[in-house]
Design a protein around this ligand. Structure first.
Ligand code: 5GP
Ligand code: MN
Length: 316
């Protein structure tokens, strides 16, 4: 695919969705595509879906148009476009719109993407789905609001241009977006660095729960269901915790286990150097990127950690 208009020919009803537990690149990509279509093809009918919208993305134009929690709609979309999701399981309950749609499209940058749509446009070397989308948009048709949503996705998936997925092209894209007048300092502070008091407290608890193993090359931590519930914390309140673990001196791999229901854990992994954490996540049915991946696991937390550490140790 060279231009997003290729999949918008002869369609009237368009559905857009991302992945469950939406992050900055997910929200940035669904909203930039939504706003791009609204700006340039106002005659089309577009619905945009997400499981929820984290508070720190409220500045994105039309964010109130996001239909949350995947309600039942008996609408058949001419095209359903899924962004930033590597497999059908990750789109959660949005798969019901996917199954009934006349045509399905997936735009993504995950190396583990399993080509689940009719048309798949996946660039594993792109920093973010927002970077992939930028190249599918015509620059003169990108408004400031589309640029702000795209910029949000790029800074979140690159950790503000810090992760190894940041390329010359990523910075060129960011440069074009800055030229569109995006309030980049404000977006970086408000959506990325700013934490609520609760988020800082949860971060503190995770850091206190952390342990090191494998000659201090692996750090792991956990947060249990009870602590999350007592503090009324949402999964998005854990954003950034894994990065704080990862920057511990000498660490090769960081692991965070978040108990989402009793005995079920959402696992995040980050690698600083050579360990391919996507490969390890895939052994649990998850995936992601070489240096940032995730999966879910059920069972005894110590057994799960032991198994992950064993797999890391084999790679080291
Ligand atoms: P995070 O740890 O921030 O949740 O996710 C890191 C990366 O791994 C993201 O690119 C995300 O898309 C991917 N990822 C996280 N959890 C899963 C999962 O359960 N399945 C798959 N396929 N990818 C995941
Ligand atoms: Mn992404």
């Amino acid at each position: 695919m060279k231009n997003i208009f290729e999949v918008l020919q002869d369609v009237e009803h368009i559905g857009i969705t991302g992945h469950i537990r939406p992050d900055g690149d997910c929200i940035g990509s669904i909203m930039s595509l939504y706003n791009y279509i609204v700006d340039n093809m106002p005659e089309l009918d577009v619905d945009v879906y997400a499981q929820r919208v984290p508070e720190n993305f409220r500045y994105i134009k039309n964010i109130d148009k996001v239909i949350v929690d995947y309600p039942d709609v008996d609408k058949v979309y001419d095209v359903m476009i899924c962004l930033d999701s590597s497999d059908l399981e990750r789109i959660g309950e949005a798969d019901k719109y996917f199954k009934s749609a006349k045509k399905t499209v997936c735009i993504d940058h995950h190396i583990s993407n399993d080509s689940y749509a009719d048309i798949c446009h996946v660039l594993p070397n792109a920093s973010s789905t927002c970077e992939v989308l930028f190249d599918l948009f015509e620059e003169d048709k990108i408004s400031k609001s589309v640029a702000e949503a795209l910029y949000t996705g790029v800074i979140h998936d690159t950790g503000v241009f810090k992760h190894s997925n940041t390329s010359k092209h990523t910075l060129e894209v960011a440069g074009c977006l800055i030229n569109k007048g995006v309030a980049f300092s404000k977006i970086i502070d408000e959506s990325f660095y700013q934490k609520t008091f609760l988020q800082n407290q949860i971060l503190g608890k995770c850091l206190l729960n952390a342990s090191m193993t494998l000659g201090n090359k692996v750090i792991y931590s956990y947060i249990d269901l009870k602590t999350m519930e007592e503090n009324k914390a949402m999964p998005s309140d854990l954003d950034g915790v894994i990065d704080q673990l990862r920057i511990t001196e000498g660490i090769e791999v960081a692991i965070l286990l978040h108990e989402t229901s009793e005995g079920i854990y959402k696992i995040s992994m980050r690698s600083n150097n050579d360990v391919n954490v996507s490969e390890i996540a895939m052994t649990y049915g998850g995936g992601g990127h070489i240096k940032a991946a995730g999966c879910s696991a059920q069972g005894d937390i110590h057994t799960i950690i032991e198994d992950l550490v064993d797999k890391i140790s084999k790679q080291l």
